[in-house]
Design a binder for this molecule. Structure first.
Ligand code: HSE
Length: 397
Protein backbone atom coordinates (compact mmCIF):
# COMPACT_ATOMS: atom_id res chain seq x y z
CA UNK A 1 0.00 0.00 0.00
CA UNK A 2 1.18 3.55 -0.79
CA UNK A 3 0.31 6.15 1.84
CA UNK A 4 0.01 9.83 1.06
CA UNK A 5 -1.02 13.12 2.62
CA UNK A 6 -3.08 15.92 1.09
CA UNK A 7 -2.13 19.44 2.19
CA UNK A 8 -5.13 21.77 1.88
CA UNK A 9 -8.75 20.62 1.71
CA UNK A 10 -9.99 23.36 -0.62
CA UNK A 11 -11.33 23.05 -4.16
CA UNK A 12 -8.55 20.91 -5.70
CA UNK A 13 -7.56 19.12 -2.44
CA UNK A 14 -11.11 17.92 -1.84
CA UNK A 15 -11.39 17.02 -5.54
CA UNK A 16 -8.29 14.85 -5.22
CA UNK A 17 -9.66 13.09 -2.14
CA UNK A 18 -12.94 12.50 -3.99
CA UNK A 19 -11.16 11.11 -7.05
CA UNK A 20 -8.84 8.82 -5.06
CA UNK A 21 -11.91 7.46 -3.23
CA UNK A 22 -14.13 7.08 -6.32
CA UNK A 23 -11.37 5.57 -8.50
CA UNK A 24 -9.92 3.32 -5.77
CA UNK A 25 -10.37 0.12 -7.80
CA UNK A 26 -8.98 1.57 -11.04
CA UNK A 27 -6.02 3.04 -9.15
CA UNK A 28 -5.28 -0.27 -7.44
CA UNK A 29 -5.30 -2.10 -10.78
CA UNK A 30 -3.14 0.59 -12.39
CA UNK A 31 -0.56 0.79 -9.60
CA UNK A 32 -0.69 -2.81 -8.48
CA UNK A 33 -1.36 -1.69 -4.90
CA UNK A 34 -3.81 0.43 -2.91
CA UNK A 35 -3.37 4.18 -2.55
CA UNK A 36 -4.31 5.39 0.91
CA UNK A 37 -4.79 9.01 1.97
CA UNK A 38 -3.49 8.82 5.55
CA UNK A 39 -3.71 12.52 6.40
CA UNK A 40 -5.50 15.63 5.21
CA UNK A 41 -3.76 18.72 6.58
CA UNK A 42 -5.90 21.84 6.93
CA UNK A 43 -6.04 24.51 9.62
CA UNK A 44 -9.83 24.64 9.53
CA UNK A 45 -12.19 22.50 11.63
CA UNK A 46 -14.19 19.83 9.81
CA UNK A 47 -16.32 18.61 12.73
CA UNK A 48 -18.63 15.76 11.73
CA UNK A 49 -17.01 15.38 8.27
CA UNK A 50 -16.85 11.70 7.17
CA UNK A 51 -13.06 12.05 6.84
CA UNK A 52 -12.60 13.78 10.18
CA UNK A 53 -10.33 10.95 11.42
CA UNK A 54 -7.77 11.83 8.71
CA UNK A 55 -7.76 15.57 9.40
CA UNK A 56 -4.74 17.08 11.14
CA UNK A 57 -3.66 20.67 11.57
CA UNK A 58 0.05 20.11 12.16
CA UNK A 59 2.13 19.44 9.04
CA UNK A 60 4.93 18.03 11.24
CA UNK A 61 2.79 14.93 11.81
CA UNK A 62 3.07 14.20 8.08
CA UNK A 63 6.73 15.12 7.96
CA UNK A 64 7.73 12.77 10.75
CA UNK A 65 5.63 9.83 9.57
CA UNK A 66 7.91 7.49 7.57
CA UNK A 67 4.86 5.70 6.16
CA UNK A 68 3.89 8.74 4.09
CA UNK A 69 5.81 8.65 0.81
CA UNK A 70 3.78 11.14 -1.28
CA UNK A 71 2.63 14.63 -0.30
CA UNK A 72 0.06 16.42 -2.49
CA UNK A 73 0.46 20.16 -1.89
CA UNK A 74 -2.90 21.73 -2.71
CA UNK A 75 -2.61 24.73 -0.38
CA UNK A 76 -2.20 27.47 -3.00
CA UNK A 77 -0.20 30.68 -2.55
CA UNK A 78 3.56 30.82 -1.98
CA UNK A 79 3.71 30.38 1.80
CA UNK A 80 3.72 28.02 3.62
CA UNK A 81 3.28 25.88 0.49
CA UNK A 82 6.93 26.37 -0.52
CA UNK A 83 8.34 25.66 2.97
CA UNK A 84 6.17 22.54 3.40
CA UNK A 85 7.15 21.21 -0.04
CA UNK A 86 10.84 21.83 0.64
CA UNK A 87 10.67 20.10 4.03
CA UNK A 88 8.80 17.12 2.56
CA UNK A 89 11.40 16.72 -0.23
CA UNK A 90 14.27 16.98 2.26
CA UNK A 91 12.54 14.27 4.30
CA UNK A 92 12.71 12.04 1.21
CA UNK A 93 9.03 12.30 0.30
CA UNK A 94 7.78 12.91 -3.25
CA UNK A 95 5.70 16.05 -3.73
CA UNK A 96 3.00 16.70 -6.33
CA UNK A 97 1.30 20.05 -6.72
CA UNK A 98 -1.20 22.12 -8.67
CA UNK A 99 0.37 25.29 -7.27
CA UNK A 100 1.65 27.32 -10.22
CA UNK A 101 2.67 30.23 -7.98
CA UNK A 102 5.13 28.03 -6.07
CA UNK A 103 6.42 26.31 -9.23
CA UNK A 104 6.98 29.65 -11.01
CA UNK A 105 8.57 31.33 -7.97
CA UNK A 106 10.54 28.47 -6.41
CA UNK A 107 10.54 25.63 -8.95
CA UNK A 108 14.31 25.63 -9.46
CA UNK A 109 14.95 25.19 -5.70
CA UNK A 110 12.35 22.45 -5.28
CA UNK A 111 13.48 20.54 -8.37
CA UNK A 112 17.13 20.68 -7.26
CA UNK A 113 16.13 19.52 -3.77
CA UNK A 114 14.13 16.65 -5.26
CA UNK A 115 17.17 15.62 -7.30
CA UNK A 116 19.54 15.78 -4.32
CA UNK A 117 17.19 13.70 -2.18
CA UNK A 118 16.43 11.19 -4.95
CA UNK A 119 12.76 11.97 -4.77
CA UNK A 120 10.40 13.81 -7.18
CA UNK A 121 8.64 17.16 -7.52
CA UNK A 122 5.87 16.91 -10.13
CA UNK A 123 3.43 19.65 -11.18
CA UNK A 124 1.29 18.47 -14.10
CA UNK A 125 -1.78 20.23 -12.68
CA UNK A 126 -0.02 23.59 -12.43
CA UNK A 127 -0.47 24.36 -16.15
CA UNK A 128 -3.46 23.66 -18.36
CA UNK A 129 -5.69 21.98 -15.75
CA UNK A 130 -6.51 18.49 -17.03
CA UNK A 131 -4.29 18.76 -20.13
CA UNK A 132 -1.16 16.61 -20.05
CA UNK A 133 1.37 19.28 -21.07
CA UNK A 134 4.14 19.11 -18.46
CA UNK A 135 4.81 15.41 -19.08
CA UNK A 136 5.11 15.79 -22.89
CA UNK A 137 7.34 18.83 -22.36
CA UNK A 138 9.68 17.01 -19.98
CA UNK A 139 9.64 13.66 -21.81
CA UNK A 140 8.45 13.51 -25.44
CA UNK A 141 9.76 16.94 -26.47
CA UNK A 142 12.85 17.08 -24.27
CA UNK A 143 15.27 16.42 -27.15
CA UNK A 144 13.46 18.62 -29.65
CA UNK A 145 14.08 22.37 -30.06
CA UNK A 146 11.05 24.40 -28.98
CA UNK A 147 10.80 27.48 -31.17
CA UNK A 148 7.72 28.99 -29.53
CA UNK A 149 4.65 28.31 -27.42
CA UNK A 150 1.32 30.12 -27.66
CA UNK A 151 -1.30 29.19 -25.15
CA UNK A 152 -4.69 30.01 -23.74
CA UNK A 153 -3.66 29.06 -20.23
CA UNK A 154 -6.37 30.53 -18.03
CA UNK A 155 -9.79 28.89 -17.98
CA UNK A 156 -11.50 31.71 -16.08
CA UNK A 157 -10.63 34.48 -18.55
CA UNK A 158 -11.41 32.29 -21.54
CA UNK A 159 -14.76 31.46 -19.93
CA UNK A 160 -15.45 35.16 -19.26
CA UNK A 161 -14.50 36.22 -22.81
CA UNK A 162 -16.67 33.45 -24.28
CA UNK A 163 -19.68 34.37 -22.13
CA UNK A 164 -19.29 38.10 -22.80
CA UNK A 165 -18.76 37.80 -26.54
CA UNK A 166 -21.05 34.91 -27.49
CA UNK A 167 -23.79 35.29 -24.91
CA UNK A 168 -23.70 39.02 -24.14
CA UNK A 169 -23.17 38.39 -20.41
CA UNK A 170 -21.68 41.23 -18.37
CA UNK A 171 -18.08 40.95 -17.16
CA UNK A 172 -19.19 40.85 -13.50
CA UNK A 173 -21.82 38.13 -14.07
CA UNK A 174 -19.40 36.00 -16.10
CA UNK A 175 -16.73 36.37 -13.40
CA UNK A 176 -19.22 35.43 -10.66
CA UNK A 177 -20.28 32.35 -12.63
CA UNK A 178 -16.66 31.27 -13.07
CA UNK A 179 -16.20 31.62 -9.29
CA UNK A 180 -19.35 29.57 -8.62
CA UNK A 181 -18.04 26.85 -10.94
CA UNK A 182 -14.73 26.70 -9.06
CA UNK A 183 -12.61 28.01 -11.95
CA UNK A 184 -11.36 31.31 -10.53
CA UNK A 185 -8.48 31.84 -8.13
CA UNK A 186 -9.19 32.81 -4.50
CA UNK A 187 -8.34 36.33 -5.64
CA UNK A 188 -9.72 36.44 -9.20
CA UNK A 189 -7.51 39.41 -10.03
CA UNK A 190 -4.84 36.75 -10.64
CA UNK A 191 -6.99 35.44 -13.50
CA UNK A 192 -8.43 38.68 -14.86
CA UNK A 193 -5.16 40.63 -14.78
CA UNK A 194 -3.16 37.88 -16.49
CA UNK A 195 -1.01 36.94 -13.48
CA UNK A 196 -2.09 33.28 -13.49
CA UNK A 197 -1.33 32.99 -17.22
CA UNK A 198 2.01 34.65 -16.58
CA UNK A 199 2.99 32.07 -13.95
CA UNK A 200 1.98 29.26 -16.28
CA UNK A 201 3.89 30.56 -19.31
CA UNK A 202 6.91 31.19 -17.05
CA UNK A 203 6.78 27.47 -16.18
CA UNK A 204 6.37 26.30 -19.80
CA UNK A 205 9.15 28.63 -20.88
CA UNK A 206 11.39 27.24 -18.12
CA UNK A 207 10.73 23.71 -19.36
CA UNK A 208 11.42 24.75 -22.97
CA UNK A 209 14.49 26.95 -22.40
CA UNK A 210 15.75 25.72 -19.00
CA UNK A 211 15.56 29.25 -17.56
CA UNK A 212 12.84 30.78 -15.40
CA UNK A 213 12.23 34.52 -15.21
CA UNK A 214 10.58 36.54 -12.42
CA UNK A 215 6.90 37.04 -13.18
CA UNK A 216 7.09 40.73 -12.30
CA UNK A 217 9.56 41.21 -15.19
CA UNK A 218 7.28 39.53 -17.73
CA UNK A 219 5.05 41.88 -19.75
CA UNK A 220 1.52 40.98 -18.60
CA UNK A 221 -1.88 42.35 -19.57
CA UNK A 222 -5.27 40.97 -18.60
CA UNK A 223 -8.74 41.25 -20.10
CA UNK A 224 -10.29 44.11 -18.10
CA UNK A 225 -9.92 46.63 -20.92
CA UNK A 226 -11.57 44.47 -23.62
CA UNK A 227 -14.82 46.11 -24.75
CA UNK A 228 -17.87 44.97 -26.72
CA UNK A 229 -16.71 47.12 -29.64
CA UNK A 230 -13.31 45.38 -29.67
CA UNK A 231 -15.09 42.01 -29.84
CA UNK A 232 -17.46 43.20 -32.60
CA UNK A 233 -14.54 44.52 -34.64
CA UNK A 234 -12.70 41.22 -34.15
CA UNK A 235 -15.72 39.27 -35.42
CA UNK A 236 -15.96 41.67 -38.40
CA UNK A 237 -12.57 40.45 -39.63
CA UNK A 238 -13.08 36.77 -38.65
CA UNK A 239 -11.02 36.97 -35.48
CA UNK A 240 -11.67 36.16 -31.83
CA UNK A 241 -10.02 37.91 -28.88
CA UNK A 242 -8.11 35.46 -26.68
CA UNK A 243 -5.79 35.99 -23.73
CA UNK A 244 -2.60 34.50 -25.14
CA UNK A 245 0.49 33.57 -23.18
CA UNK A 246 3.50 33.51 -25.47
CA UNK A 247 7.14 32.50 -25.26
CA UNK A 248 9.74 32.34 -28.01
CA UNK A 249 13.50 32.02 -28.24
CA UNK A 250 14.73 34.97 -30.31
CA UNK A 251 17.70 34.99 -32.71
CA UNK A 252 19.89 36.83 -30.19
CA UNK A 253 19.33 34.02 -27.66
CA UNK A 254 17.02 36.10 -25.46
CA UNK A 255 13.61 34.79 -24.46
CA UNK A 256 10.46 36.70 -25.34
CA UNK A 257 7.63 36.07 -22.89
CA UNK A 258 4.39 37.99 -22.64
CA UNK A 259 0.73 37.67 -21.77
CA UNK A 260 -1.75 39.82 -23.69
CA UNK A 261 -5.18 39.71 -25.29
CA UNK A 262 -4.68 39.07 -29.02
CA UNK A 263 -6.75 39.06 -32.18
CA UNK A 264 -6.67 35.37 -33.05
CA UNK A 265 -7.48 34.47 -36.64
CA UNK A 266 -9.87 31.81 -37.87
CA UNK A 267 -7.04 29.62 -39.16
CA UNK A 268 -5.34 29.43 -35.76
CA UNK A 269 -5.98 26.24 -33.76
CA UNK A 270 -6.53 28.55 -30.77
CA UNK A 271 -9.47 30.36 -32.45
CA UNK A 272 -12.06 27.75 -31.46
CA UNK A 273 -10.82 27.21 -27.89
CA UNK A 274 -13.78 28.48 -25.90
CA UNK A 275 -15.38 28.38 -22.48
CA UNK A 276 -13.19 26.98 -19.67
CA UNK A 277 -11.03 25.08 -22.16
CA UNK A 278 -7.33 25.77 -22.59
CA UNK A 279 -5.33 25.28 -25.78
CA UNK A 280 -1.55 25.13 -25.98
CA UNK A 281 0.21 25.28 -29.34
CA UNK A 282 3.81 24.12 -29.07
CA UNK A 283 5.99 24.72 -32.13
CA UNK A 284 9.07 22.52 -32.23
CA UNK A 285 11.81 22.14 -34.82
CA UNK A 286 11.47 18.41 -35.44
CA UNK A 287 7.87 17.78 -34.41
CA UNK A 288 6.32 20.89 -35.98
CA UNK A 289 3.15 22.31 -34.42
CA UNK A 290 1.51 20.27 -31.66
CA UNK A 291 -1.80 21.35 -30.17
CA UNK A 292 -2.87 20.38 -26.64
CA UNK A 293 -6.53 20.93 -25.71
CA UNK A 294 -8.71 20.26 -22.69
CA UNK A 295 -10.37 21.62 -19.58
CA UNK A 296 -8.11 24.27 -18.10
CA UNK A 297 -9.72 24.62 -14.69
CA UNK A 298 -12.20 22.97 -12.34
CA UNK A 299 -12.01 20.77 -9.29
CA UNK A 300 -12.14 17.26 -10.76
CA UNK A 301 -10.29 17.85 -14.08
CA UNK A 302 -7.40 19.47 -12.18
CA UNK A 303 -7.46 16.74 -9.53
CA UNK A 304 -7.18 14.25 -12.42
CA UNK A 305 -3.85 15.81 -13.43
CA UNK A 306 -2.61 15.59 -9.82
CA UNK A 307 -3.60 11.93 -9.74
CA UNK A 308 -1.61 11.33 -12.94
CA UNK A 309 1.53 12.58 -11.15
CA UNK A 310 0.81 10.40 -8.13
CA UNK A 311 0.45 7.38 -10.44
CA UNK A 312 3.75 8.19 -12.16
CA UNK A 313 5.54 8.37 -8.82
CA UNK A 314 3.93 5.17 -7.57
CA UNK A 315 4.95 3.30 -10.72
CA UNK A 316 8.56 4.48 -10.36
CA UNK A 317 8.84 3.48 -6.70
CA UNK A 318 10.04 0.00 -7.51
CA UNK A 319 12.21 0.94 -10.49
CA UNK A 320 14.20 4.06 -9.61
CA UNK A 321 13.99 7.83 -9.66
CA UNK A 322 11.92 9.79 -12.17
CA UNK A 323 14.47 11.57 -14.41
CA UNK A 324 14.77 15.03 -12.82
CA UNK A 325 14.03 18.22 -14.73
CA UNK A 326 16.05 21.27 -13.69
CA UNK A 327 16.06 24.93 -14.65
CA UNK A 328 18.03 27.99 -13.56
CA UNK A 329 16.76 31.42 -12.51
CA UNK A 330 17.55 34.59 -14.47
CA UNK A 331 16.72 37.95 -12.88
CA UNK A 332 15.45 39.32 -16.20
CA UNK A 333 18.71 40.01 -18.11
CA UNK A 334 17.89 37.28 -20.58
CA UNK A 335 14.38 38.54 -21.34
CA UNK A 336 13.74 40.03 -24.78
CA UNK A 337 12.04 43.45 -24.77
CA UNK A 338 8.40 42.58 -25.40
CA UNK A 339 7.82 45.94 -27.10
CA UNK A 340 10.18 44.81 -29.88
CA UNK A 341 7.93 41.90 -30.84
CA UNK A 342 6.92 42.29 -34.47
CA UNK A 343 3.23 41.84 -35.08
CA UNK A 344 0.14 43.56 -36.44
CA UNK A 345 -2.03 45.65 -34.14
CA UNK A 346 -5.75 46.30 -34.00
CA UNK A 347 -6.26 49.93 -32.96
CA UNK A 348 -9.25 52.18 -32.33
CA UNK A 349 -8.88 55.94 -32.26
CA UNK A 350 -11.17 58.91 -31.84
CA UNK A 351 -12.30 60.61 -35.05
CA UNK A 352 -12.49 59.35 -38.65
CA UNK A 353 -8.84 59.55 -39.66
CA UNK A 354 -6.63 56.46 -39.73
CA UNK A 355 -2.90 56.23 -40.47
CA UNK A 356 -1.62 55.57 -43.99
CA UNK A 357 -0.96 51.87 -44.66
CA UNK A 358 -3.58 50.79 -42.10
CA UNK A 359 -6.66 48.78 -43.16
CA UNK A 360 -9.97 50.09 -41.93
CA UNK A 361 -12.17 47.75 -39.85
CA UNK A 362 -15.04 50.01 -38.76
CA UNK A 363 -15.95 53.67 -38.53
CA UNK A 364 -18.83 54.50 -36.18
CA UNK A 365 -19.80 56.37 -33.00
CA UNK A 366 -17.04 58.91 -33.59
CA UNK A 367 -14.33 56.24 -33.54
CA UNK A 368 -12.34 54.45 -36.24
CA UNK A 369 -10.72 51.07 -35.94
CA UNK A 370 -8.04 49.62 -38.16
CA UNK A 371 -5.31 47.00 -38.48
CA UNK A 372 -1.68 48.10 -38.86
CA UNK A 373 1.03 46.48 -40.97
CA UNK A 374 3.57 44.38 -39.01
CA UNK A 375 5.68 46.54 -36.70
CA UNK A 376 6.97 46.71 -33.14
CA UNK A 377 5.35 48.68 -30.33
CA UNK A 378 7.85 51.55 -30.53
CA UNK A 379 6.98 51.99 -34.22
CA UNK A 380 3.29 51.78 -33.35
CA UNK A 381 3.63 54.54 -30.75
CA UNK A 382 5.41 56.71 -33.32
CA UNK A 383 2.69 56.00 -35.89
CA UNK A 384 -0.09 56.89 -33.46
CA UNK A 385 1.54 59.89 -31.80
CA UNK A 386 -1.01 62.31 -33.26
CA UNK A 387 -4.05 60.10 -32.60
CA UNK A 388 -6.25 59.77 -29.53
CA UNK A 389 -6.05 56.03 -28.84
CA UNK A 390 -9.03 54.17 -27.37
CA UNK A 391 -7.91 50.59 -27.84
CA UNK A 392 -4.78 48.73 -28.92
CA UNK A 393 -4.68 44.91 -29.19
CA UNK A 394 -1.94 42.73 -30.69
CA UNK A 395 -2.46 40.07 -33.30
CA UNK A 396 -0.94 36.60 -32.90
CA UNK A 397 1.44 37.52 -35.72
N1 HSE B 1 -7.92 29.98 -12.06
C1 HSE B 1 -7.24 29.06 -12.91
C2 HSE B 1 -7.84 29.16 -14.30
C3 HSE B 1 -7.38 27.68 -12.35
O1 HSE B 1 -8.93 29.70 -14.42
O2 HSE B 1 -7.22 28.72 -15.26
C4 HSE B 1 -6.56 26.63 -13.05
O3 HSE B 1 -5.18 26.89 -12.93
Amino acid sequence: MIKMAVLGFGNIGSGLVQLVTENADIIEKDLGCKLDIKYIVDLRDFKGHPLENKMVKDFNIVLSDPEVSIVAEMIGGSHPAFEYSLAALKAGKCVVTSNKEVVANFGEVLLQTAKENKTAYLFEAAVGGAIPIIRPMRESLSSDVISEINGILNGTTNFILTKMISEGMSFDDALQLSRDLGYAEANPSADVDGIDSCRKIAILSALAYKTVFPCDKISTQGIRQISKRDAEDAAEISCAIKLIAHTKKMDDGKILINVAPRFTELDSPLFAVNDVFNGILVSAKASGDIMFYGRGAGKIPTAGAVLADIAEIAKHMSCGQIPPVLWKRDDGEGLYDSKLEITRFYCRVKGDKIPENASIVSRKDGQSSFVTPVMDEYQLNEMLKNFEIVSEIRFMK
